[in-house]
Design a protein around this ligand. Structure first.
Ligand code: NAI
Ligand code: 15L
Length: 267
């Protein structure tokens, strides 16, 4: 039976705000949860919770069929902050999911799991050879989330699709995003595929649109039933007129993670 009621964590955030209007058309009823109040959630099932609070997370998960886990720190931060929100928080989420008998999670992983992968010799490895080469504590926390998803699939049969999202925004904002963009509509298509594909165990996929300049092969995402419809190339003329083609020495041309590879690590 396909999931109907979905918990969206991080519901006040950028990706959730783009997804919220699109998911009901796929037949889902949403429960929204964030540490901040969610704007415009009037009438929807909505709660504030902190991923650091085990009991609050358990209550948020109770009664849903699946979770789309977008909540947490979404950029580099100090280790302790990342530890609390993303590592402990994701652990609390999976413990709640296991205890409440929820069968499916879509985990918002990130390209920053593999941010130090060099961009020479494209296309990057696909499928089984997905590298782990984090560029930040943030990226490392997403690698932890993927590892936790794998453990809970094998140990308890809680299935997860981990989506290494490229750049999910209304439109691509930089020349780099001509490669990494995931359009909001394609994000909804991918989330729907990840919620409904049978027997995923733990599957890791890249999350981008059908970009002409894509760095990643979408074989594993397409195997779930994902059929992207958008291409960042429609924004290329404008972005290139504004910024020019990337210099090969520019950090965005050298590493998957771009400027995330340059940030210092803070406690
Ligand atoms: P965002 O930062 O806009 O949203 C994250 C939400 O999580 C925020 O609303 C925040 O209040 C909430 N949150 C933070 N700490 C929390 C806590 N302790 N308890 C409960 N809620 C908490 O991020 P965005 O852009 O919406 O990303 C969503 C997810 O997708 C994140 O996990 C991010 O790492 C991941 N992602 C996003 C990409 C993008 O291009 N937007 C790219 C790759 C991954
Ligand atoms: C991410 O993981 C971030 O959450 C998002 O804000 C963007 O920076 C994105 O990666 C990206 O690499 O463009």
């Amino acid at each position: 039976t396909r999931p109907r009621t979905i918990l969206l964590t991080g519901a006040a955030g950028g990706v959730a705000t783009l997804l919220r209007p699109l998911l009901p058309a796929y037949g889902y009823t949403l429960r929204l949860a964030d540490i901040r109040p969610v704007d415009g959630a009037g009438g929807t099932d909505c709660l504030t919770f902190d991923l650091r609070d085990t009991n609050a997370v358990r209550e948020a998960v109770r009664g849903v069929d699946a979770v789309v886990h977008l909540g947490g720190i979404s950029l580099e931060d100090g280790f302790e902050a990342v530890l609390d929100a993303n590592i402990r928080g994701t652990y609390h989420l999976y413990e709640a999911v296991r205890a409440e008998g929820v069968r499916r999670v879509v985990f918002a992983s990130s390209n920053h799991v593999e941010g130090f992968v060099p961009l020479t010799g494209r296309p990057l490895p696909a499928g089984e050879q997905l590298p782990v080469r984090p560029d930040t504590y943030y990226g490392l926390s997403k690698a932890f989330g993927e590892g936790l998803a794998s453990l809970y699939a094998d140990k308890y049969g809680v299935e997860t699709v981990s989506v290494r999202i490229g750049s999910c925004f209304e439109r691509p904002r930089t020349v780099r995003m001509l490669s990494t963009w995931l359009s909001p509509a394609d994000c909804a298509r991918l989330v729907h595929a990840a919620l409904t594909a049978p027997d995923v165990g733990h599957t890791v996929v890249h999350g981008i649109s059908a970009n002409t300049r894509a760095w990643w092969d979408l074989t594993s995402a397409r195997a779930l039933g994902y059929a992207p419809q958008d291409d960042a190339e429609s924004y290329a003329t404008g972005l290139l007129a504004e910024h020019g083609e990337l210099d090969p020495d520019h950090v965005d041309a050298r590493f998957v993670g771009g400027h995330f590879t340059r940030t210092g690590l803070a406690p």
